[in-house]
Design a protein around this ligand. Sequence first.
Ligand SMILES: Nc1ncnc2c1ncn2[C@@H]1O[C@H](COP(=O)(O)OP(=O)(O)OP(=O)(O)O)[C@@H](O)[C@H]1O
Length: 218
Amino acid sequence: MLITQSVSFEYNKDNQFEFPDLNVPEGTDLLILGESGVGKTTFLHLIAGLLKPKNGSIQIGETDIAQLRGKQLDTFRGGHVGIVFQRAHFIQSLTLEENLEMVRFLANKPQDSHQIREVLDGLGLLDKLKSYPRQLSQGEQQRASIALAVINRPKLILADEPTAALDDKNCFRVIELLKRQTVKTNSSLIIITHDQRLKSEFPVSVTLPAIQSVSSIN
Ligand SMILES: Nc1ncnc2c1ncn2[C@@H]1O[C@H](COP(=O)(O)OP(=O)(O)OP(=O)(O)O)[C@@H](O)[C@H]1O
């Protein structure tokens, strides 16, 4: 599903990165661990096509997203990649249902109210369909951000520190919800985090080294 090779990136000469090669088959999960500042979010943004690598290839399915530009890239991402951001990105003037409709619209997907209800139901948010983002608790917002990420049934779900602000109970609940969603659609799930609690939940993990060098999945 995802193959990265020799991916490097630089913000400037003080912040240069070489990332491990990844090979994540369809339907499998991967945890990417690393200390603060080693480039976890940067790597996730490269995989999502939000940043362009300096060198290397990032293949999602048959497509090297490092080669896509503009609208092509946006449409590809909208249809194939779901991102659970550190902080949820909602349109505050729209209800949760309308936010989800917007995500489908932006990916050129037909509206499907059954799909929206099914996803919200799976996340325990069906009664929040008509709520505005500000009316949701922090935990509900976290779950709603998972809904935004999975509504288009992407084959690749990327999550940036989805549990950092959560207590143990909610941490494992969010992981369970993410895993359940990926099983439903046979998607691959990649979580980047410094949250060591997640290690026991994922058989495969890779740690980004403090001193950047290329390594591979252990
Ligand atoms: N836009 C930017 N311009 C310049 N440097 C940046 C930029 N974004 C991030 N950096 C630097 O790149 C390094 C890696 O940042 P990144 O956010 O990828 O780390 P991280 O491992 O996700 O950290 P954390 O766990 O604290 O979120 C940091 O030193 C950061 O200051």
